[in-house]
Design a protein around this ligand. Structure first.
Ligand SMILES: [Zn+2]
Length: 98
């Protein structure tokens, strides 16, 4: 069994969605994505689930997952915060769109 923070998965999905809808409005390089994730995750309650290795977490477990609107609010807040204080030196390719 392995423990995973389901909030992390939800935050990443919201961030990806938001980035798709707001293309090129903020930097999505690896460093910025990690900063955004860390900022948002520090402000949201963790939701740990135990999974077998390689098991896909299904929507059944989603019923207990963090509220999606709340997650999106924190993701947008994190994006603004990181955009104001980016820790990258120059423009880097997106880590969200391969
Ligand atoms: Zn960046």
């Amino acid at each position: 069994m392995t423990l995973m923070n389901y909030t992390e998965k939800v935050v990443y999905e919201r961030l990806k969605e938001y980035a798709d809808q707001h293309r090129d409005e903020f930097c999505t390089c690896k460093k910025c994505v990690e900063d955004i994730m860390a900022f948002a995750l520090n402000r949201l309650p963790p939701h740990y689930v135990a999974t077998k290795l390689g098991e896909v977490v299904t929507d059944v477990k989603l019923t207990e997952a963090p509220d999606r609107v709340k997650v999106l609010t924190e993701v947008v807040r994190a994006i603004r915060q990181v955009a104001q204080h980016p820790s990258h030196s120059d423009n880097k390719p997106s880590a969200l769109r391969e």
